[in-house]
Design a binder for this molecule. Structure first.
Ligand SMILES: Cc1cc2nc3c(=O)[nH]c(=O)nc-3n(C[C@H](O)[C@H](O)[C@H](O)COP(=O)(O)OP(=O)(O)OC[C@H]3O[C@@H](n4cnc5c(N)ncnc54)[C@H](O)[C@@H]3O)c2cc1C
Length: 443
């Protein structure tokens, strides 16, 4: 198997089981971190166990994201335990719990998921400074591991595409079947009261759960439906706001309930090699992994400071430009702008946890146009995106907001008020179109 892992720290192995700390990749199937940990356990004559830690102080922790996460984990626990792999859930401060768990169980070594975002880097740092057992990291999120795809922050898709394509075929192969993970191990599975856990969490309950089913089975069903019903129109219809032309896979990808590799292989196997397939794989692989590259190499991925220098310069030059409309965070959040389409888009987001791909761009561009500065616009967009999007708190979200407001992965356009050289987007193309509303859909 091509290497998706790297050794973060050598150390002295404990005498107990191998521990896989599952965090970003919340699935039992096609999970490179889990497979890597299982192989290490076999090689060393040990057993594998899985730990998941839930921290309700996580930024933007709310009922919507936590109920989706817990529903998905239920299925993961059941599948793992059917393979005799213990799955233990703990609540509290993530690094402290992992450290005390490892001390208690004297685990041989630790395998963790790759994640380029700030909170995960802080957890990793704490683990590395507190533990003396070997620690490995596995990139189960990207098809080509982020550290292999490129060694630097890429300017745009055009500079990233040849780099990722150079490595892609080394990594495009199926993962071993679940059955190969089965171990001979008798243990008493922990009982987990999922409802009780959800109700005990101190989270924002005002952001309500969505109607979308969670978990690996639901993710595969969504993929299957997309392949049967919509991928054949993807290239032409993905930007039509009045139809549901996209896959709807982003929440499953965000919570790691399905792997991008599984999706890519299935699409390559089951659909003709045409413009639709190409357009979809461009988003799933090039754009998605470019977003990971941005967050991995740019510590200011979620703020004005992370924008390219040409964009910062032009935005600062236009900071004092007169704004016809100016709104506060509360105005945006409560959909109280003068623009009917923007308000409708925001209301759909608040209610359904999603937004059409093309409208996400319009939504972000208008936040720039109607905010006192680009710096505030970025803060507002990131805050709303993370709070309400089911797929929020994701490299794709930070990069999407930074593309709209700060020209990330884009080029300078014609100079105009407020935007300077940042690409503008007006509402003309949406005239007389009713945006697709997932609230009106039934599953
Ligand atoms: C302002 C703004 C905010 C965004 N916030 C998020 C977010 O919080 N989470 C998120 O996952 N995506 C975000 N995106 C990117 C994109 O809009 C969504 O990934 C896409 O709409 C999800 O719907 P889908 O799964 O049906 O996409 P599809 O069109 O079916 O694409 C399949 C997959 O490809 C990836 N993808 C598609 N478009 C992009 C893109 N532009 N950049 C990177 N990857 C892409 C996603 O993983 C997606 O699930 C944002 C874009 C913008 C402009």
């Amino acid at each position: 198997m091509k290497n998706r892992s790297r050794l973060l720290q050598q150390g002295t192995p404990g005498t107990g089981n191998v521990l896989y700390w599952m965090s970003r990749e919340q699935r039992a199937s096609n999970n490179p971190g889990l497979i890597f940990a299982a192989n290490l356990a076999k090689e060393r004559g040990k057993h594998l166990e899985v730990l998941f830690v839930l921290d309700d102080t996580f930024p933007e922790a709310n009922q919507r994201s936590f109920s989706f996460l817990l529903e998905g984990l239920q299925e993961t626990k059941t599948t793992l335990e059917s393979l005799n792999i213990p799955f233990n859930l703990r609540l509290g401060n993530i690094p402290s719990i992992i450290i005390s768990y490892l001390h208690l169980h004297k685990n041989a070594l630790l395998v963790i998921d790759f994640n380029p975002l700030h909170h995960a880097l802080a957890w990793k740092k704490e683990l590395l400074s507190s533990l003396s057992i070997p620690i490995y990291e596995v990139d189960g999120h990207n098809i080509v591991p982020c550290w292999i795809a490129s060694e630097k922050q890429e300017f745009a898709a055009r500079t990233f595409r040849p780099k990722i394509n150079r490595h892609l075929y080394e990594f495009l192969y199926p993962m071993p079947e679940n059955e190969t993970l089965r171990q001979e191990y008798s243990f008493i599975p922990e009982t987990t009261d999922w409802k009780e856990i959800l109700s005990s969490l101190k989270i924002d309950r005002s952001v309500e759960p969505v109607k979308k089913s969670s978990g690996e089975t639901a993710a595969r069903k969504t993929l299957q439906t997309f392949i049967h019903e919509r991928i054949g129109r993807y290239a032409t219809e993905r930007n039509h706001i009045e139809t549901d032309g996209c896959s709807g896979l982003s929440p499953y990808l965000h919570f790691g309930q399905i792997s991008a590799l599984e999706i890519a292989l299935k699409v390559m196997n089951d659909t003709p090699a045409d413009a639709n397939r190409e357009a979809f794989l461009e988003q799933l692989i090039v754009r998605r992994e470019l977003a990971e590259n941005f967050c991995y190499h740019n510590p200011d991925y979620d703020s004005f400071d992370g924008f390219p220098s040409w964009a910062k310069k032009t935005l600062l030059q236009h900071q004092r430009d007169e704004r016809e409309h100016l709104y506060s965070l509360a105005d945006f959040e409560q959909a109280r702008t003068h623009d009917e389409l923007w308000n409708k888009t925001q209301s759909v987001l608040v209610k359904s946890g999603t937004m059409h791909n093309y409208l996400r761009m319009f939504w972000g561009k208008k936040i720039l146009e109607w905010s006192p500065s680009a710096e505030e616009a970025m803060q507002i967009a990131v805050y709303l995106n993370d709070k309400y999007q089911l797929d929020g708190r994701d490299p794709n979200g930070y990069t999407g907001c930074a593309w709209c407001i700060g020209g990330v992965h884009d080029r300078p356009w014609f100079n105009r008020p407020i935007f300077g050289n940042i690409r503008y987007m007006g509402a003309n193309k949406f005239k007389n179109k009713q945006p697709f509303d997932p609230n009106l859909e039934t599953e």
